[in-house]
Design a binder for this molecule. Structure first.
Ligand SMILES: [Fe+2]
Length: 386
């Protein structure tokens, strides 16, 4: 009995590698993950300071999302915590530049759903629900401590996904939160950006029609000494989707922009929440396979065209980060940076592109002095020189 109770308790504890996203905020380098509070590091020395609660705004057991958003106009960091369950409860926070809490609101979504990312506009927080269902046998194993809880769920293939517009605390529109059906069971991990114009809100997501949890990014099958990102575990690819909502007329329209399997969508970091012409992503070289990522893609959302660079058949690319040129207003003037994982050379290179000439390839490649595993998320901090 004691062993069962011990395993039950362990099953409820997620590992805390703090390895999903990294951002600079309030003089800290924050390493974020889904299992708890962010970890703060010294941005210059990379010394670990410990868990970070935004000046005690977050309780010790809060699961803070790995993805945050920057509201540059108000100089606030937007974040969210999630409590999954029959009703998924989320709390959306806004933090000032000193790390103190500006606002927080709560919202509940009926059903168990996966939330990893969100976006915002001047008036709204925007979430897409990727509904989950339990796998009974795996759930028993997880509760007994023999398997992790994430392996006990699977994407819901019969329940249509929803999109939620939740008014921000500063909104003058005097609206209630509202949900819209996406009319098919989509699974969305990452959202690109959102913007609003008059009564319309436009959102870009990378959405799967079928997603197999646990097989993502080629890490399955996983055994020591073995890694092959081409070993995809099934599922359908994720494509760039534009969702347009006319909230006054209660109407939703959606359009698949492209059939290149792309993910990790990014826009100019100072233009999140605003209308953007350009969106950057990494993508699979195979339109019918969600992974591996071998393409750097720049989308022109106005023209619905794209520019592509292929990193080579034996190399793999992670998230593409846009670094704006200082004091330049033009949206796509700057650099793209991507980590290129090179298994044959057992190394990682940072490739830097002129963001207006992506197809020409990197203008500079810098080899990391130390190898590290194939990874995805990253960020650029303009005032940190280590
Ligand atoms: Fe992510």
């Amino acid at each position: 009995m004691y062993i069962l109770i011990y395993r039950w308790n362990r099953a409820k504890i997620f590992k805390v590698p703090a390895n999903t996203c990294v951002i600079e905020w309030a003089d800290n380098l924050l390493c974020l993950h889904e299992g708890g509070l962010p970890y703060a590091l010294d941005p210059k020395t990379l010394e670990t300071k410990g868990q970070y609660s935004f000046q005690n705004s977050l309780a010790a057991n809060v699961s803070f999302l790995a993805h945050t958003r920057l509201d540059k106009d108000n100089n606030r960091l937007l974040g969210c915590s999630v409590v999954p369950g029959r009703h998924t409860r989320l709390t959306v926070y806004e933090f000032r530049s000193d790390g103190s809490l500006y606002s927080q609101i709560e919202h509940s979504i009926a059903g168990l759903c996966y939330l990893h990312d969100f976006c915002f506009t001047k008036n709204f927080y925007i979430f897409t629900s990727s509904y989950l269902q339990w796998k009974p046998l795996s759930l028993i194993k997880a509760l007994a401590g023999f398997e992790s809880l994430p392996k006990a769920v699977t994407s819901h293939t019969f329940k249509d996904a929803d999109l939620f517009l939740i008014p921000r605390p500063d909104s003058k529109l005097d609206l209630e939160p509202v949900s819209y059906s996406l009319n098919e069971p989509l699974f969305t991990i990452h959202l690109g950006n959102a913007s609003e114009e008059d009564d319309k809100v436009a959102i870009y997501t990378c959405s799967f029609k079928d997603f197999v949890i646990g097989n993502e990014f080629g890490y399955y099958p996983c055994r020591p000494g073995y890694f092959d990102p081409r070993a995809n575990g099934g599922g359908a690819p994720q494509y760039l989707l534009r969702i347009e909502i006319d909230w006054k007329r209660n109407h939703l329209n959606k359009k698949w922009i492209d059939h290149t399997a792309c993910d990790f969508p990014e826009v100019h970091p100072h233009r999140e929440g605003k209308k953007c012409r350009y969106l950057y992503a990494c993508a699979s070289a195979f339109d019918d396979l969600p992974f591996p990522f071998q393409l750097v893609v720049k989308y022109d959302l106005f023209q619905e065209t794209k520019e592509i660079w292929h990193c080579g058949k034996t190399d793999f690319v992670g998230e593409v980060i846009f670094i704006p040129k200082m004091d330049v207003e033009e949206e796509d003037v700057g650099y793209l940076m991507a980590a290129i994982y090179r298994p044959k050379g057992r190394c990682v290179e940072f490739a830097i592109f002129d963001s207006q000439q992506v197809a020409k390839g990197p203008i500079c490649r810098i080899r990391s002095p130390q190898p590290f595993p194939y990874g995805f998320h990253g960020s650029f901090a303009e005032d940190v020189v280590a």
